[in-house]
Design a protein around this ligand. Structure first.
Ligand code: SF4
Ligand code: SF4
Length: 458
């Protein structure tokens, strides 16, 4: 499938090379952050990243590879490439999955370059009405749990009284714009009418040290997570309580800002970062750890130091905050937990969420923990570390590539022989479940914590 083709199909204004050693003054139409610009200079064009790039391996275009995109972004910054529709198309098609960073021998921090380029290009771009509407729903609806619950309420009522299935059968939803159809597809078939919030404090229930908690943990419930996957949040808390932790849930916790950051809305992302720092660190007993169970949120929380690096008041606190952030499996692994006593007789396969494996470099702990569960059979998954096409809101903005990648993922899951696929990200779970449903493939998604909950608590 992999093939190479000529470099970019973008409009080059003048010569473009890798000879520059600093940003050319006066040509920088994007005014990229100096650090981000330097990332482009450290690319030595070796091409090692090409075979791990989902978009390049899907369509074989150099301009849809990390190397091609870096070439274009440096050209844009230097003012020698114009932001034509074609150039923007190739940059938009990037998943920001960061697989290229994991393998890059030159240490190119690709995502900072891409995100800064996208943020700087955004004010110069025109978007279609439906794209703007979907983005507004995400930015202002999905990032606030109360608003998300209100948005979901009519659907939940229709599900409870059986009207929802009738609406789907009638084909009425086919009249919706594609992005809304996809949103509807991703909705779980059932759920509580109104999801309850979490308590402010949970004491340890077992495995304490001389009656004292082993760690003070602050839970990050997430916005979508606390509405659609609160069950996983509860299981996260119960497993941590069982392992000797006390858990606090700060009332003023807010969105991690990842949706804003990836949409090029850095001001909003920085506001969320400051609010979370206040909520989690300006407390009497600072938590030892800030735990989350959604890879996308975890990666967002770990960006706070980068986002606030120029903020005199918050820069140091952001570094402190990031040092305490853990994915739930990373934390459990760090606690050196006892072997779980219950058998979980299941055959599963494991999909690596990009935002855990590549963005947080914390891909090993979930598998290490799952391997200790008695009775659990883990079968290998081909291309387990390839993006499933979810990538934040990518499956809504780039539906064709997202569907191609999901089909590729689902084909590999089927080949593995398992009908349960485990992953640490709600976005991947929604993408894989909804696409499997569309393809008529029967499979179930689970979070590692759900397996650990069964293994420790039965
Ligand atoms: S692996 Fe790194 S240095 Fe090599 S082409 Fe890709 S981004 Fe550039
Ligand atoms: S972030 Fe992912 S999709 Fe984008 S260039 Fe890198 S590997 Fe390819």
């Amino acid at each position: 499938m992999t093939q190479t083709s000529n470099p970019t199909s973008c409009k080059v204004v003048s010569g473009l090379g890798n000879q520059a050693t600093s940003k050319p003054v006066g040509l920088d139409i994007l005014n990229l952050d100096d650090h981000a610009y330097d990332r482009a200079l450290s690319c030595v064009h070796c091409g090692l990243c090409l075979p791990v790039c989902p978009t390049y391996t899907q369509n074989g275009l150099e301009s849809d590879s990390p190397r091609g995109r870096i070439y274009m972004m440096k050209g844009l910054a230097d003012g020698v490439v114009e932001p034509t529709d074609n150039v923007l198309k190739h940059l938009d098609l990037c998943l920001d999955c960061q697989a290229c960073e994991t393998i890059c021998p030159s240490g190119v921090v690709y995502h900072e370059l891409l995100e800064d380029t996208r943020a700087k290009l955004k004010p110069k771009r025109k978007f279609k009405f439906t794209d703007k509407l979907v983005q507004s729903i995400f930015l202002y609806g999905f990032t606030k749990p109360l608003r998300l619950k209100l948005l979901l309420l009519p659907v939940r009522i229709m599900q409870k009284i059986g009207l929802y299935k009738l609406v789907l059968k009638s084909g009425l939803t086919k009249a919706l714009p594609n992005q809304f159809q996809k949103m509807q597809q991703m909705l779980p078939d059932d759920g509580p009418l109104w999801e309850r919030g979490l308590q402010a404090y949970y004491p340890p229930t077992d495995n304490t040290v001389a009656g004292k908690p082993r760690a003070r943990v602050a839970m990050f419930p997430g916005c979508v997570g606390s509405v659609m996957y609160q069950d996983v949040n509860r299981k996260t808390i119960e497993v941590l309580q069982h392992l000797g932790c006390e858990i606090i849930v700060p009332r003023k916790a807010t969105c991690c800002g990842a949706i804003h950051h990836h949409a090029g809305e850095d001001k909003g992302a920085r506001d969320f970062a400051r609010q979370n720092i206040k909520a989690y660190l300006n407390v009497k007993d600072k938590p030892d750890f800030i735990v989350n169970n959604i890879a996308g949120c975890g990666a967002g929380l770990r960006e706070f130091d980068h986002l606030l690096r120029d903020d005199a008041q918050y820069a140091d606190q952001a570094v402190d905050f990031v040092s305490r952030v853990r994915d739930v499996c990373e934390l459990i692994d760090e606690l050196d937990p006892p072997t779980p006593s219950n058998r979980v007789a299941k055959t599963i396969t494991y999909h690596h969420a990009c935002h855990l494996l590549h963005a947080q470099r914390a891909g090993d702990p979930p598998l290490r923990l799952l391997k200790r569960v008695m009775g659990l059979k883990i079968v290998p998954l081909e291309e387990a570390d390839f993006c499933c096409g979810a990538a934040g809101t990518y499956n809504l903005t780039q539906p064709e590539m997202a569907m191609d990648l999901a089909e590729r993922k689902i084909r590999h899951i089927q080949e593995s022989g398992a009908s349960i696929v485990v992953m640490s990200n709600v976005g991947c779970a929604m993408q894989i479940s909804s696409e499997a449903k569309r393809l008529g493939v029967s499979l179930t998604t689970e979070h590692p914590v759900e397996i650990l909950h069964q293994a420790y608590l039965g």
